[in-house]
Design a protein around this ligand. Structure first.
Ligand code: MG
Length: 166
């Protein structure tokens, strides 16, 4: 049987503001600033959802979960990830792996990476090994460097079955 594989990418940006909660990868992170968003502003989950939807040729997160809808006001992005994985799975695909990077000046994300991977892997029903999260500052350059915003990027591979060599 021919293995049918598809690649996807996603990117998300959110402004940061004092006094808001910071959620990334489904994990609450202690920070004086959090994301301004219609949902909980979890840029990492949003980028991963867009990568999965893109790989499956299923448009983007804004089309499925519009930020004009009251249904999604303040929504926990873990619910969006769960629904996205369900849509992609129902189209006949399995997640082979996801790789992602968050650009944030502060706080340091290293202590939270493991929890993010476990949290998102449980939702996506994949092994934590199949979902990579990396973090970087932008060396104080640009809007991320000034602490004005966060950027998350993700790529994923999906397939109609998991390849034998993985
Ligand atoms: Mg977003």
């Amino acid at each position: 049987m021919t293995l049918h594989q598809r690649i996807g990418q996603g990117i998300d940006f959110h402004r940061l503001e004092e006094g808001r909660e910071l959620w990334l990868g489904g994990v609450h992170i202690a920070s004086s600033k959090g994301c301004v968003a219609h949902s909980d502003g979890d840029a990492l989950i949003h980028a991963i959802c867009d990568a999965l939807l893109g790989a499956a040729g299923m448009n983007d997160i804004g089309a499925h979960f519009p930020d004009t809808s009251d249904e999604y006001k303040g929504i926990d992005s873990k619910i969006l990830l769960k629904r996205t994985v369900k849509m992609v799975t129902e189209k006949g695909y399995r997640i082979v792996n996801i790789d992602s990077t968050v650009c944030l000046e502060t706080p340091k994300l290293a202590p939270h990476i493991s929890a993010m991977r476990t949290t998102m892997a449980n939702i996506a029903e994949i092994l934590p090994d199949a979902i990579s999260v990396k973090a970087t500052t932008t060396e104080k350059m640009g809007f991320t460097g000034r602490g004005e915003g966060v950027v998350a990027m993700a790529v994923c591979l999906i397939a109609d079955r998991i390849p034998d060599n993985i």
